[in-house]
Design a protein around this ligand. Structure first.
Ligand SMILES: NC(=O)c1ccc[n+]([C@@H]2O[C@H](COP(=O)([O-])OP(=O)(O)OC[C@H]3O[C@@H](n4cnc5c(N)ncnc54)[C@H](OP(=O)(O)O)[C@@H]3O)[C@@H](O)[C@H]2O)c1
Length: 357
């Protein structure tokens, strides 16, 4: 077993205070879990927001990872030395072993995939949360055909608006929608992203900061004579300046459109995808005195996982994360990076290289 003085973790305590903890216990995996030495942990806005907004603390932070198998169940398809990636369960009372921003972690075997040679390790570490969230929206809420179910020549009868298509969830949704035959795919993003988004499958791009963005999108839809937008995806969940990205999506789509937002909306027309529909997720939100359970949808998990598997197998050819930076440095500096990501987001992913100093 590895020595405990080597396990450094990014931690949130019972007072929702964030800190670095060194010399943490080496996780003990359950019978259906794998013990992994983390090579890279992928960062997400959720790493901090799940503590501050959903009551998930105390906890070791982080969900996404790529690493080396140290120990696997005897019946497992994985063996010590295998390179794997995946993500770990969420919810209140989350055991410390599931935090991925630490040198050693445990992960249920059904949340792990083998990393093929064409998938760089820091990309593998950044993929699962965002690809599974996009896949849950597309294949379980919009009910699109999976990439390998879709006949390459055919277009679906569905049209899609992705608001914030350069968020990591949005980038995954765009590329998956393209291979599932969606047309047109209209997106919003900052102008400097438009050429990339067109390359990845966007039919038309609009600047979400433009004062005429709504009327411009409506005019384009009307002039195209392809019918109203039937699927609307808020892939950013922004409420900055009192403007809700979800409501902007609703304004652009038809009255009977299927509407999705990556964060909870009080408007019941919106459904929320979730990265981990395999298990019940228990959260605590402000002003609600009791914990809330988001029920598991095991069949939906399998369907989204098939889309993730397609993305992994086609990585670098038909699907990619266009920008993944690597952070190397101290654990304290890594914590500052997580705070910046939760505060404002950044274009592209950031993977933390382990061991952190
Ligand atoms: N429900 C779930 O299970 C789940 C899972 C994962 C993520 N999420 C949520 O999904 C959201 C996106 O996460 P992410 O990791 O994909 O984000 P991200 O990669 O950090 O998104 C950053 C990008 O968001 C874009 N953006 C920021 N404000 C915007 C606005 N007002 N309108 C349009 N685009 C805007 C920016 O695009 P430009 O560069 O074009 O300006 C920026 O590059 C977050 O709220 C996250 O908490 C939910």
């Amino acid at each position: 077993m590895p020595p405990e003085d080597e396990n450094t973790a990014l931690y949130v305590d019972e007072d929702v205070s964030f800190s670095v903890r060194r010399q943490q216990e080496i996780p003990t995996p359950a019978d259906d879990e794998i013990l992994i030495e983390t090579q890279f942990s992928g960062t997400n806005p959720a790493d901090l927001k799940h503590a501050t907004l959903l009551g998930i603390y105390p906890a070791v932070l982080g969900y996404d990872f790529c690493g080396t198998v140290l120990k696997a169940p005897t019946s497992s398809t994985f063996q010590p030395g295998d390179l794997v990636a995946g993500y770990t369960p969420t919810g209140i009372n989350r055991p410390p072993k599931y935090g991925t921003h630490q040198r050693y972690l445990a992960c249920p075997e059904d949340m792990v995939f083998p990393v093929p040679a064409a998938l760089p390790l820091h990309h593998a570490a950044s993929l699962t949360v965002v690809a599974m969230t996009a896949a849950d929206a597309l294949y379980n809420i919009f009910n699109l055909p999976l990439p390998h179910e879709h006949d390459n020549q055919a277009k679906t009868t569905k049209s899609l608006l992705i608001w914030g298509a350069s968020s990591s969830v949005g980038l995954c949704a765009l590329q998956l929608a393209r291979v599932s035959g969606v047309h047109p795919i209209i997106v919003t993003a900052s102008p400097e992203r438009h050429s990339l988004l067109q390359e990845l499958g966007a039919t038309r791009c609009f600047d979400y900061k433009s004062s005429s963005v709504i009327s411009d999108i409506k005019a384009t839809v009307r002039d195209s004579q392809q019918g109203p937008l039937t699927c609307g995806f808020d892939a950013v969940g922004s409420h900055k300046g009192g403007v809700s990205s979800a409501q902007l999506v609703a304004e652009c789509c038809s009255e009977d459109a299927t509407l999705v937002s990556v964060v909870v909306q009080s408007d019941l027309k919106f459904k929320m995808p979730i990265a981990t529909p395999n298990r019940n997720v228990v959260i605590k939100v402000q002003d609600v005195p009791f914990p809330i359970t988001i029920p598991a949808r095991p069949a939906d998990y399998q369907r989204a996982w098939r889309a993730l598997t397609w993305a992994v197998e086609n990585y670098g050819v038909k699907f990619r994360l266009p920008s993944v930076d690597v952070f190397e440095g101290t654990a304290e500096e890594a914590m500052e990076e997580l705070k910046a990501i939760a505060d404002g987001g950044r274009f592209g992913k950031l993977a933390l290289k382990h061991p952190l100093q």
